[in-house]
Ligand binder design. Structure first.
Ligand SMILES: [Zn+2]
Length: 237
């Protein structure tokens, strides 16, 4: 998971909000007519990866594979919750999120599909977000702390505090270590490690920079950056 730098709200969103206000209408996401256009802008803003799992997205709704929806970080449908109502069409609260696991049984759902109306820590709005997570060799995403496996973190949940606990909650509530995501990451990581083990420090350095600057990010960019940096440090220490 990584920090997502938001652009200014698009003009068509601001214009629609003004029009609704002038007409005395509530600002409800369901009434917003430019959902696909908004999604296109959000995907571009996020360099084409899901705000939570970092899988690729290339379209709005439709086909589940690489499909996406407009995700409300603070949930949009909590009955009686004023903030939930107020943030429905607030650009800073809306992100593009994968829908790959839609229709799967609960244990295999992840990201926005499993989150539903639950509130998660807003780490993707924190510039330090990437530092709170790491990826182990099993393909698991874990809090960037003492323990080495997700099972260890699950068994020691009560000890966790601060950003470690917030990272733990995000992973748990978004089910980011469900078997499909874990295996997916594991397979990509195995071949990625084989490839980068052949690279020189200069090549690693250049790829790290180009990954960070790309308009379209590599899938699972944080995992790949972590392993490239580890390799770079081994070669240069
Ligand atoms: Zn996702």
């Amino acid at each position: 998971m990584r920090y997502i730098e938001k652009n200014n709200p698009p003009e068509y969103l601001l214009a629609w909000k003004n029009k609704q206000k002038q007409a005395g209408c509530n600002l409800l996401y369901n009434d917003f007519p430019y959902k696909e256009r908004l999604n296109n802008d959000l995907r571009k803003e996020q360099h084409c990866i899901c705000c939570y799992c970092q899988r690729k997205m290339d379209h709005f709704q439709g086909d589940l594979v690489r499909g996406s929806h407009n995700e409300h970080l603070y949930p949009e449908n909590i009955p009686g919750d004023q903030l939930s109502h107020d943030l429905q069409v607030e650009y800073s609260n809306i992100y593009a999120c994968c829908i790959d696991s839609r229709g799967c049984e609960k244990r295999l759902q992840y990201c926005g599909e499993i989150k539903s109306n639950n509130k998660i820590p807003h780490l993707i709005q924190d510039p330090e977000c990437s530092n709170y997570f790491r990826y182990n060799i099993l393909g698991e995403i874990i809090p960037n702390g003492f323990y080495g496996t997700w099972e260890d973190y699950m068994n020691n949940e009560k000890e966790l505090e601060g950003s470690l606990y917030e990272a733990f909650l995000c992973i748990k509530m978004l089910n980011l270590n469900c078997i499909t995501l874990k295996l997916y990451r594991y397979q990509i990581l195995q071949s990625f490690i084989t490839v980068i083990s052949q690279w020189t420090a200069d090549k690693l350095d250049s790829y790290i920079s180009s990954y960070e600057r790309a308009a379209e990010y590599q899938e699972l960019i944080n995992m790949k950056l972590q392993y490239m940096r580890q390799r770079y440090h081994i070669l240069t220490k």
